[in-house]
Design a binder for this molecule. Structure first.
Ligand code: FES
Ligand SMILES: [Fe+2]
Length: 404
């Protein structure tokens, strides 16, 4: 649906800061090269702790990070072939989460039914992805399309971000091209105009026009004259829950979001500069120098300023969740509607599912005899409400961006 692009004041109540995620999507959890065969590490996806491990054959798996025996975090254990072994009593769990061996158990006796929740896990674009929702929906759910990743001559620049803010705040920052003012000392963009805006139930597409002047125009190949002004189109496509942003002929940036908690979000970004096309041998030769240089010069100074704003926004929100705000950018309002709608849709589907399961007496997905995994999916996802009362205080000083 096409929307009007005129800027118009609207009072917003930040209900969007209170919503949870729709878990029926793939979420990035770790850079693939940070998880070697035989390694296990804990990740947090919307307050669920998951032990992600890579088996001896190189396959990545995700299990609930709590042993069904006594709750020991399984990431403290070890990987044995394709199994994750709890460090306490050595119970072994298959990728399905089923306990398949207890080292001290009589061999002729049937193992107890002890099941850790297993998360569908896959790997693409150098990232390990986990599906935290209904596993039956995982196969049909699409990962973002990143065609540049398959181009052997296109250099990919991976960047990790960590924001002490709700995912709606970090997503609004990306959609909000009107904040070039913040980056004025970096010779960022100016004179932004929203040209086009469209929204569906799960996406927002915005087209802006921006102008650049100064050293960055030269660095990015926007203008041959460093003093000249160049005007370009920027397209931002939010496809819940991730982003793709392009600047006409200059850059293509994919921002994969990992909502960690109501006050923390991580970002796995892939930056491509289509003009920098190199033969593969040269690409590998200059990569160790070029990639950190682009990160440091091009990305991190901007990101650092953005992080400060996001965290300030989060802190003020937490101090008074009832404060009202005025927004003028229709793209931000569209984004907020999508985020709220996605959560509401999920809550509605879950409550229908739970009532039909109650009627039929079927267990909820992932539910075990121990009642640990998956019990009360809706309850668990709602447990963060109101989110303003959950989580630790956000401290700007804790913010950091990790560089690979
Ligand atoms: S707590 Fe995990 S095996 Fe006992
Ligand atoms: Fe910014």
């Amino acid at each position: 649906m096409e929307l009007a692009t005129a800027l118009k004041g609207q009072i917003v109540q930040n209900r969007v800061r209170e919503v949870g995620i729709n878990p029926n999507y793939w979420y990035p959890v770790v850079w693939a090269d940070r998880l070697k065969p035989g390694q296990v590490q804990p990740v947090t996806l919307w307050q669920q702790s998951i032990a992600v491990y890579r088996d001896a054959a190189g396959q990545a798996h995700g299990l609930e990070n709590a042993c069904p025996h006594k709750g020991i975090e399984l990431h403290r254990g070890e990987v044995r072939q394709d199994r994750l072994v709890c460090p306490y009593h050595g119970w072994e769990f298959a990728p399905s989460g089923e306990c398949v061996n207890i080292p001290y158990f009589p061999p002729d006796q049937k193992l107890p039914c002890a099941q850790a929740r297993s998360y569908p896990t896959t790997e693409r674009y150098g990232i390990v992805w986990v599906f935290p929702g209904d596993p039956a929906l995982a196969a049909a759910a699409q990962l973002p399309e990143v065609p540049e990743y398959a181009d052997p001559n296109c250099l990919v620049i991976p960047i990790t971000g960590l924001f002490k803010s709700h995912f709606s705040i970090s997503n609004e920052n990306t959609m909000d091209v009107f904040h070039g003012f913040l980056h004025k000392n970096l010779q960022g963009w100016f004179d932004p105009v929203l040209l086009k805006l469209a929204q569906t139930d799960c996406s927002v597409e915005a087209k802006y026009q921006v102008s650049y002047r100064g050293k960055f125009t030269k660095f990015l190949g926007l203008s041959t004259n460093a003093e000249g002004i160049t005007t370009r189109k920027v397209e931002i496509h939010y496809q819940y829950p991730h982003y793709h942003s392009t600047m006409e002929g200059v850059s293509s940036l994919y921002l994969m979001r990992l909502p960690v908690s109501p006050t923390e979000t991580r970002s796995f970004s892939l930056l491509f500069l289509p003009k920098v096309r190199l033969p593969s041998w040269l690409k590998s030769a200059i990569k160790p120098v070029f990639v950190p240089l682009v990160r440091r010069l091009l990305f991190m100074p901007f990101l650092g300023q953005d992080v400060e704003m996001m965290e300030s926004e989060q802190q003020t929100y937490r101090q008074n969740p009832n404060r009202r705000y005025t927004e003028v950018n229709p793209a931000i309002l569209a984004l907020q509607r999508v985020i709220v709608r996605q959560y509401e849709q999920f809550v509605q589907q879950s409550s229908q599912l739970e009532s039909s399961q109650l009627e039929s007496g079927q267990p909820e997905f992932g539910q075990s005899e121990f009642g640990q995994p998956g019990s009360g999916q809706l309850e668990r996802l709602l447990s963060g409400m109101p989110l303003s009362a959950v989580g630790s205080e956000s401290k700007a000083s804790e913010s950091r961006q990790e560089l690979l």
